[in-house]
Design a protein around this ligand. Structure first.
Ligand code: NAG
Ligand code: NAG
Ligand code: NAG
Ligand code: NAG
Ligand code: NAG
Length: 506
């Protein structure tokens, strides 16, 4: 190119840049994630807990009543949130830390990678729990990888200071800030000195340290609301009361983060999303693909859509929708690429932004789980369509595995003790039924919220069963699920992928 042409091109680019920054103001995203949080929120009709900051956010946003995680385990869920791909497609089959050592495939193009390539500044404060680092790059990162997770994930004074630091940077680019609280995760397995939910960490008592911005809320066990899938016992109630206290700390932290956003002048240009990674850490919750293990709170607060503020939406949302939603907000297209071979990766989630304009007919959500801890291999695939939820337990002859964290919890220890002694468990299912499941489980969640009555063998639901099985199988093929033929056949890829029968009597 001749020097004059080059100069003209430069001028043109500068002009375009000026128009861009001078035209529509930058749009930003703040993603707030709870760790094992559930529906213990005023906005979701829990009247026993006080969550004024989440309730205020709900009044500035749309409240989803049918939002689901695609997997009920921490690292796999975070990886699927940050890629838009289910665990079997992004490779994060289980937990990331220590001996579990799961990672996403090197070729995955994650949300932070796509955003930074498109000129969006990215930050993470709190629990990261995904890898490898090159797949999940952040410009600004204070996580368990280089800080104490208690400090960056539960100390709300520290979190406030880090958010302020991120927002104060003199960077012109729009931003994506991901604040991943470690509250209200259990603590009994890792830091029992702070109580079963770390509810005493930073409360000012001797040896607990102090979190200056936190006013601890104490709850009486008799007053908590026990979810239908949790045993109603004094042990579980005490556990829930401790959980409420840590949710209160997170709620106050959310208030501080939003105040920082307002102070820095970004409240009116930022899409704020609140959700959680997986079910609550109680029997039937985390690690299960029952509705009780996958249903999540989801608040979507857009400054540009005040018409839907404070409204409820029954439309189905999946956490697989967050990547498409955030890309849509920034008008960034999803790239054409493949992770393995020539098969192009396609997002099966959708942008949720249309729900901010008007009610949507969405009625389907898929889930896929393989592990939690490395020892906890229990592959399941699930779909909920309207009121019906179908779960395929691939290795259903194995006992359902229990994680280390749940095992030592007062709720589970009490359940074991009661079951062993033949005393009433006050639980809606038996331990035996919890461990040994049918291959296909079909529930009508509208009539049977406890998911106690398996309709799969009932001929009256034969048509529903076939319809949901077909939907689930199609999604497995669409997402390149290596388990698509299991457990009665083997996937053979040569020429065209096909299931070859095993004749193993399943
Ligand atoms: C809370 O309860 C009210 C009154 O029963 C109901 O209309 C509303 O749908 C409930 N909210 C949620 C989030 O389920
Ligand atoms: C953590 O890493 C970030 C870079 O991502 C760096 O700015 C920060 O200083 C590190 N924090 C600590 C405590 O090392
Ligand atoms: C929380 O963070 C603040 C600010 O960094 C610090 O002063 C305080 O000691 C921390 N609290 C605990 C319990 O570690
Ligand atoms: C916030 O943004 C909306 C729409 O983008 C606009 O109508 C409103 O005036 C703005 N409010 C403030 C305080 O800037
Ligand atoms: C369960 O039983 C064991 C041994 O009998 C006892 O030490 C423990 O305190 C009991 N736990 C609960 C939560 O009841």
């Amino acid at each position: 190119m001749r020097p004059r042409a080059l100069l003209l091109l430069l001028l043109l680019l500068l002009l375009l840049g000026a128009l861009r920054s001078g035209g529509s103001p930058a749009r930003n995203v703040l993603l707030l994630l709870a760790d094992d949080g559930g529906f213990e929120i005023g906005a979701y009709n829990n009247s026993a807990i006080r969550t004024p900051n989440l309730d205020a956010l709900a009044r500035r946003g749309l409240v989803f009543q049918n939002a689901f995680t695609s997997v009920s385990s921490c690292s796999p869920s975070r990886a699927s949130i940050l890629t838009g791909l289910p665990q079997h497609q992004n490779g994060m089959y289980g937990l990331h830390q220590d001996v579990h050592h799961f990672n996403s495939f090197d070729g995955v193009r994650s949300l932070p990678l796509l955003l930074s390539q498109a000129g969006v500044r990215t930050g993470i404060i709190g629990k990261k729990h995904v890898g490898p680092g090159a797949v999940y790059p952040f410009d600004f990162a204070y996580t368990e990888e280089n800080s104490s997770v208690l400090q960056v994930g539960r100390n709300i004074t520290r979190i406030k200071a880090l958010v302020r630091r991120f927002l104060q940077s003199q960077d012109e680019r729009p931003f994506f800030l991901y604040v991943a609280f470690h509250d209200p995760h259990r603590c009994g397995h890792s830091q029992p000195q702070y109580g079963p939910f770390c509810e005493r960490f930073g409360n000012g008592e001797s040896g607990m340290g102090w979190i200056p911005d936190w006013k601890p809320q104490i709850y009486r066990p008799e007053r908590v609301q026990v979810p239908a899938f949790v045993p109603d016992t004094p042990a579980a109630r005490a556990d829930l009361a401790a959980q409420y206290t840590t949710i209160g700390r997170m709620d106050q932290g959310i208030g501080l983060v939003l105040q920082e956003l307002r102070r820095a002048g970004f409240l009116n240009s930022t899409l704020v999303i609140y959700t959680s990674d997986n079910g609550i850490p109680f029997p039937g919750g985390r690690t299960n693909l029952y509705r009780s293990g996958t249903a999540e709170p989801l608040l979507l607060s857009s400054p540009e859509h005040p018409r839907r503020w404070g409204q409820l939406s029954p439309a189905f949302a999946s956490l697989l929708d967050l990547t498409p939603t955030i890309l849509d907000w920034f008008s960034i297209p999803y790239p054409a690429y493949s992770i393995f071979g020539s098969r192009q990766v396609q997002l099966t989630g959708k942008s949720l932004l249309p729900a901010l304009e008007s009610e949507q007919p969405w009625a389907t959500a898929f889930s896929s789980q393989s592990h939690h801890e490395v020892t906890m291999y229990y592959p399941m695939r699930a779909v909920q369509h309207g009121p019906f939820r179908l779960i395929h337990n691939l290795n259903y002859k194995m006992p359902f595995p229990i994680d280390q964290d749940l095992y030592v919890s007062p709720t589970f220890q009490d359940l074991l003790n009661r079951s062993r002694a033949g005393r009433p468990t006050h639980w809606h299912r038996s331990l035996r039924r919890y461990y040994y499941r049918e291959r296909w489980e079909l529930f009508d969640c509208s009539r049977d919220p406890g998911e106690g009555q398996n309709l799969a063998p009932d001929p009256r639901y034969g048509h529903t069963l076939q319809q949901l099985r077909a939907m689930l199988l199609k999604w497995q093929w669409d997402t390149g699920d290596p388990w698509v033929c299991a457990p009665d056949a083997v996937l053979e890829q040569r020429l065209s992928p096909q299931c070859q029968p095993l004749h193993n009597e399943l």
